[in-house]
Design a protein around this ligand. Structure first.
Ligand code: AMP
Length: 588
């Protein structure tokens, strides 16, 4: 961690430094510290880094610095495997260029109106972020001109190759000037990647973060697969369930530290934050409060916690999964010290599980999956502790001093039982919130969905919102357009009929495809047509009937396009959600 650079050590413009400060970044992450100087020098770079390491800013920052502002032609091109990633990258670049005038970023991807994208290109975008299929379409329509491109980035290059985009990538690179700067980011350095590198890069510098620290502390390490909105609830349940007296919470950004502190305080925890914006005196104050137990939860960024020397931390919480494997080791090393046992809890949302796998590979320690304590588990633990405290209080005596309080309440008409229950409630600080009866596991939701799809017929013979394509646009034909799921099983939804009451009939020239996205993600037939047509290049009106359910949909596609669609839709996104497209199972 010692060789990490501060952003003011990276020869960046004031505007970009201000922007990263606004984003709450404290120091450059390892991949940023390594890659940014080379990219700024104008070198071709291969960055070996996964999502979650800060790779977007590793190429985004130098790209924003390289683009000549106010020049209204495409100077920077970033290719991403999916629409979802393209949107994320665009957002990050917009944040990085927030204080720089004359930098215009636009995103192009299948599944959305091409006209709108053409319009935004015409208005003078100088950085374009896009998926390969749509970029090719736009080049063919002469809406995207790459002859003045200075820098091309292939983000998640290995993913793009796996998805069959090699030819598209090559055609795109051929459209750009030979003297361009070419940057590859890839989680793996496979043979196909190296082949692409030797063909399209000029003396590239391989940048990867060398790791050298492994600590094997006596710490129980668990991870929890959670829904994003439930992170705070799960963390506080763990704090309560394990009766954490001194807990250290790690976040990746200063801003997040402040948010988490505020939320913890609102929930009644004595929490304070520690990050680089604090003056030394404030830092010392917070640390000594934590050391003495006046503050029981300290929320910190990685850098701020470096100097922390407290032996009694009983649990470390990775509220955000760390940007670097080594950070993980440093973080959890804050507990289980001085011969004591400790716990390290990592909250994982969705695709962050890949980062967790990397961490396990790096530390060579298996991090087990923890079970999220239920609301009643937590209440149970708190009741037990409360009973213990009451018993202690009774044993220590002096109760007669307060007997008149109970008498007063009796006079006001309250029974002893009512008074005691109210006191218990006040003391335990438990209130049922919206999460109390909810399943908070992100994983269980996925598994439930997966099983259901695995077991149930994928033929979509019984549909709820059905759309027939053809003629002029889409027409909703589903007789019963119901949003609520009754059992979730297509079979249980009653016979599928169209508006005229006719049953669904399979068209022998069509193949029925299954897509794991539906009304729950607010998709419409237009989104499906846009994605299928945009990613695969087939004409939108070639698609047949579309049936949308709450969690999934069925789409009829012409037989001759089935393979193209399956290939192109692999890893594609619809409305920002990565989808899985398969041939629907035949009906029985
Ligand atoms: P990425 O690997 O680009 O997907 O980044 C993962 C997350 O880390 C994003 O939310 C970034 O905004 C954030 N991030 C990137 N660089 C830093 C940094 N130097 N310090 C803190 N957070 C960062």
């Amino acid at each position: 961690m010692s060789q990490l650079l501060r952003f003011d050590e990276l020869s960046l413009s004031q505007e970009v430094q201000q922007a990263v400060a606004d984003m709450g970044f404290e120091t450059a992450s390892p991949i940023q510290s390594e890659a940014i100087p080379f990219i700024l020098e104008g070198r071709d770079v291969i960055g070996q880094a996964q999502t979650g390491t800060g790779k977007t800013a590793a190429f985004g920052i130098p790209m924003v610095e390289t683009i000549v502002p106010f020049e209204k032609f495409v100077q920077g091109l970033i290719l991403c495997p999916t629409r979802e990633l393209a949107v994320q990258v665009t957002e990050e670049i917009k944040k990085i260029s927030k204080h720089k005038k004359g930098i215009w970023v636009t995103t192009v991807y299948g599944g959305d109106s091409i006209e709108r994208q053409i319009k935004s290109l015409k208005s003078g975008a100088n950085i374009v972020v896009g998926t390969p299929g749509r970029v090719i379409d736009l080049i063919e329509r002469r809406a995207l001109k790459l002859e003045n491109v200075k820098m091309v980035v292939l983000d998640e290059a290995d993913e793009m190759l796996d998805m069959g985009f090699r030819e598209d990538i090559e055609s795109i690179l051929e459209e750009t000037p030979a003297q361009r700067q070419t940057i590859f980011f890839s989680a793996t350095m496979s043979k196909p990647i190296m082949a692409l590198t030797s063909r399209y890069q000029n003396d590239p510098k391989l940048v990867k973060v060398v790791k050298n620290e492994i600590t094997n502390a006596n710490i129980e390490q668990l991870y929890y697969d959670v829904k994003g909105k439930a992170k705070m609830e799960v963390m506080t349940r763990l704090m309560d369930f394990y009766s954490v007296k001194l807990g250290l919470v790690f976040c990746n950004q200063k801003k997040k530290v402040d948010e988490v502190v505020e939320e913890l305080q609102l929930r009644g925890y004595t929490a304070e934050g520690l990050h680089g914006d604090l003056r030394q005196a404030q830092r010392n104050n917070v640390m000594s409060k934590f050391r003495s137990g006046v503050v029981s939860i300290l929320v910190a960024t990685d850098v701020a916690a470096r100097g922390l020397d407290v032996d009694d931390v009983d649990a470390v919480f990775n509220y955000d999964i760390p940007l670097d494997e080594e950070y993980y080791v440093h973080r959890i090393g804050r507990t289980g010290r001085a011969g004591k046992s400790g716990k390290a809890f990592t909250l994982v949302v969705g695709a962050e599980r890949n980062r967790l796998r990397e961490i396990m590979n790096y530390t060579k320690v298996k991090i087990d999956k923890g079970v999220i304590p239920s609301f009643s588990d937590v209440v149970g633990v708190k009741k037990g502790m409360f009973i213990e405290r009451v018993r202690e209080s009774i044993e220590t005596g002096d109760l007669e001093l307060f007997s008149d309080v109970l008498e007063g309440l009796h006079h006001a008409g309250y029974s002893t039982e009512q008074v005691v229950s109210a006191l218990v409630k006040m003391n335990m600080g438990i209130t049922k919130n919206e999460f109390a009866d909810e399943n908070l596991s992100g994983d269980s939701e996925r598994r439930e969905r997966g099983d259901r799809f695995g077991r149930d017929s994928r033929d979509g013979r019984r549909g709820e919102g059905r759309f027939d394509r053809g003629g002029k646009g889409e027409e909703r034909r589903g007789g019963r357009y119901e949003r609520s799921e009754r059992s979730g099983r297509p079979e249980d939804r009653g016979p599928r009929t169209d508006k005229a009451g006719k049953p669904y009939r399979k068209d022998p020239n069509m193949v029925r495809m299954f897509v794991n996205i539906g009304f729950n993600e607010k998709i419409s037939p237009a989104n499906i047509v846009g994605a299928f047509a945009g990613e695969s290049g087939i004409p939108g009106n070639a698609l047949g009937q579309i049936d949308i359910f709450d969690r999934y949909s069925f789409v009829d596609v012409p037989k001759e396009y089935a393979n193209t669609i399956l290939n192109r839709m692999e890893g594609a996104s619809i409305k920002g959600k990565r989808v899985n497209v398969e041939i629907a199972k035949p009906s029985n």
